[in-house]
Design a binder for this molecule. Structure first.
Ligand code: NAD
Length: 471
């Protein structure tokens, strides 16, 4: 049993003022594995005060000092890879494929930020003005459970690169992962107050940070509903906001696609991170001409996916993070049938042989139309909807007919055609044939998927304010 009793403020682990406790579970066994003592509004204030005191010195740092801090952070986090791997596996149940990406990603983001800041033009001349890009002020960050470590690292890296200080409220459901990461980060020896982390619930610590007038910038990753609440609070004090929210990514399978090539890519996009991914491609758009062939292949491929605990390297799909998330996915599977879609594979309940753990059956619905809720709402589990299109224009119209716009996918054989379709999609990212993204490419959403971008120069600029000195 792991007891997390402290928060991290002003460069030290400290006992919070808040005394409420929150239980932590292993989703593969449903067993309680720990408890975290939560901070409260007073802890949020203490952390903001520390970040505010540290800001003037941080603001004055040059590029070389920031790069040195980022490199120290990279090394410190990389040195604890094994512990991070174990924490994510126990507390989150992430399959090995996700761990193989996300653990190295946590240290890489510091390296990427170091390269970005080293290349960035902080001053430039525009007409008769000297334009200086200044740090925006003290930042706050709020992270989700499905990629808690990755987003803490991304947001901290960007703050350091920009020359500002930060208060982070991580997901309360990921406290063991946060603690493991903080023990690593502490070794990097950042100036006291540069990073402050307050465990707490969203409606207490998260809400307080969204309101606090000393916070100039808030960067949030989580659901669209919470993003809207934060945006409203942030408006009162004109905080700059970056919101990375939900998605309902379309995957357009062009009719010239080779299915041997496309099928593993479709599965990777749809069921990434057990379907608990904002970027999951959960609407597959298939031409009417090839619908029967594609759905037959899909049914076979999805039936062969292995569901189980993170400890098994052969597992494709791990558990849902909580009992609540399990119920939510079940309710959407029920809803799909009620709406008239056909279950091609999967369905309600646990997979055979898994009586305990929040495991769900990977499910594919065929005969889905874009007005159904299973086609419009983010389910956040391994549930794929297959829709039929008439022609390319129809496919693009269906793909864009959504409130979301985070990441879309196009699969096919003809490069020019793939790019032409990609250009017409309304999304922050369009991935062609599952090509991996460059680490500095901007990430973020159109429409209700968010505001602003992370990573690379676009991510850095979201933590900066341009100041023009004229004359
Ligand atoms: P969530 O919105 O429930 O919670 C996210 C964070 O916000 C948590 O730390 C939570 O404590 C906090 N929070 C909750 N209410 C709050 C409030 N009123 N004020 C301030 N903070 C509050 O989301 P989740 O369930 O943790 O994560 C899943 C969601 O995150 C999905 O919708 C997913 O698409 C989205 N997500 C988006 C991205 C992206 O980059 N676009 C990445 C990962 C996850």
């Amino acid at each position: 049993m792991k007891y997390i009793e402290q928060i991290y403020v002003d460069g030290v682990f400290a006992t919070p003022h808040g005394s409420e406790r929150f239980d932590l579970f292993n989703p593969a066994t449903e067993e309680k594995i720990g408890e975290v003592r939560l901070g409260d509004e007073e802890d949020a204030h203490t952390a903001v005060a520390a970040a505010k005191r540290a800001f003037p010195a941080m603001r004055r740092t040059g590029v070389a000092e920031r790069v040195a801090m980022l490199q120290a952070l990279r090394d410190a986090v990389a040195a604890r890879s094994e512990a991070l791997h174990a924490a994510m596996s126990a507390e989150y149940g992430a399959p090995q494929s996700f761990l193989a990406f996300s653990v190295p990603h946590a240290s890489n983001v510091f390296d990427v930020a170091a390269r970005t800041v080293a290349d960035y033009a902080f001053t430039r001349r525009i007409g008769n003005a000297d334009v200086i890009m200044e740090p925006v002020g003290v930042a706050a960050a709020i992270t989700p459970w499905n990629s808690n470590i990755g987003f803490i690292c991304t947001k901290l890296a960007t703050a350091i690169a920009a020359g500002t200080t930060i208060v982070i409220k991580p997901s309360e459901m990921s406290a063991i992962q946060t603690q493991t990461l903080l023990e690593a980060i502490h070794e990097a020896g950042l100036p006291p107050g540069a990073l402050n982390v307050v465990n707490g619930t969203g409606h207490v610590v998260g809400a307080e940070l969204s309101r606090d007038p000393s916070i100039a910038k808030i960067t949030f990753t989580g659901s669209t509903t919470t993003g809207r609440t934060i945006l409203r609070s942030a408006a009162e004090t004109f905080k700059r906001v970056t919101l990375e929210l939900g998605g309902k990514g379309p995957q357009i399978l062009l009719d010239d696609a080779d299915l041997d090539h496309a099928m593993p890519r479709i599965l990777a996009s749809a069921f990434r991170n057990s379907g608990q991914a904002c970027i999951a491609g959960t609407r597959l758009l298939v031409s009417k001409r090839r619908y029967a062939e594609v759905t037959a292949r899909l049914a076979e491929a999805v039936a062969a996916l292995k569901v189980g605990p993170s400890s098994d390297p052969a597992v494709d799909i791990g558990p849902m993070v909580s009992a609540r998330q399990w119920e939510r996915v079940q309710s959407y599977i029920r809803l799909g049938s009620e709406e008239g879609a056909t279950i091609l594979v999967g369905g309600e309940g646990r997979p055979e042989g898994l009586e305990r753990g929040w495991f769900v059956r990977p499910t594919v619905f065929s005969g889905v139309t874009n007005d159904m809720r299973i086609a419009r709402e983010e389910i956040f589990g391994p549930v794929l909807s297959v829709l039929a299109y008439e022609d390319e224009d129809d496919a693009i119209a269906l793909a864009n007919d959504t409130d979301y716009g985070l990441q879309s996918y196009v699969l096919g054989a003809d490069h020019d055609r793939l790019r032409a379709v990609a250009r017409r999609l309304e999304a922050g990212r369009v991935v062609i044939n599952e090509t991996p993204a460059d680490a500095q490419a901007p990430f973020g959403g159109f429409k209700h998927s968010g505001i602003g971008r992370e990573f690379g120069p676009f991510g850095l600029e979201a933590f900066l304010e341009p100041k023009a000195i004229i004359g």
